[in-house]
Write a new protein. Sequence first.
Length: 258
Amino acid sequence: MSKNDWNPDLYLKFDNERIQPSIDLVARIDYNNPTKIIDIGCGPGNSTQILYNRWHESEIIGADNSPAMIKKATDDYPNQKWILFDAGVDNINDKFDLVFSNATIQWIPNHDKLLQRFADLLNDSGVLAVQLPLFFDMPLGKAISEIGRQSNWIAATQGVDNLFTINTAAYYYDHLAKYFSKIDIWTTDYHHVMESQSSILEMIRSTGLKPYLERLADDNKKQQFESLVLDKIKQDYPLQNNGKVLFSFKRLFFVAKK
Ligand SMILES: C[S@@+](CC[C@H](N)C(=O)[O-])C[C@H]1O[C@@H](n2cnc3c(N)ncnc32)[C@H](O)[C@@H]1O
């Protein structure tokens, strides 16, 4: 695994929390027998298994630009099809009935262009189904961004907030309406029950916190940054009576049919 690649094992530690949006998104897709499906940003293949559970007769490709994630998916599900693919730039010479993407497009810039690319990948009656986290709407996302802008961190973390592309429902509606005739958009606020406040830090370390930590010079600096984030988590996500913590996590979904 290269230094800044994803860590599939750390990512899968919180698989229960991460997989529920895929289950909810798949349940909202009104398509009985898609012949070909692509899971864009398939990660370690977890979201892809939700697609397999519903459409086991379909041809399903898992596509991701992380070598570590594609290796993990291939190791865990050797009979399924996995490709290294950058959704922002790579082309694929094929058409699909369903383009699915869970918790991925926030890592890809220029969603106007991206939605057009997704629409181009679809057959005439194809469906696009996407979920993305509303990271900066959450106290945790705001706290990480604020800490990154403090004077002793800004030199290292400048511009990291801009690595995330997250638009409003109104933005997605207007851009989807150029290519799709039926559009559903909704948000869900999950309340994950976490063992402790540190569990929130551990969950976010492999995703939203990852690009900030990558900019810091050494383990000592990373630990200092994380300890500031944990202090904010303790303020924003209080302990419940039984010592557990509710981690409220807001996500935006859309399903669009051509
Ligand atoms: C948070 S994980 C989501 C994994 C899985 N879909 C799930 O539901 O848990 C985001 C994934 O998006 C992938 N990704 C980020 N940018 C990408 C791009 N430009 N093209 C393809 N995959 C990308 C990452 O490598 C990572 O595996």
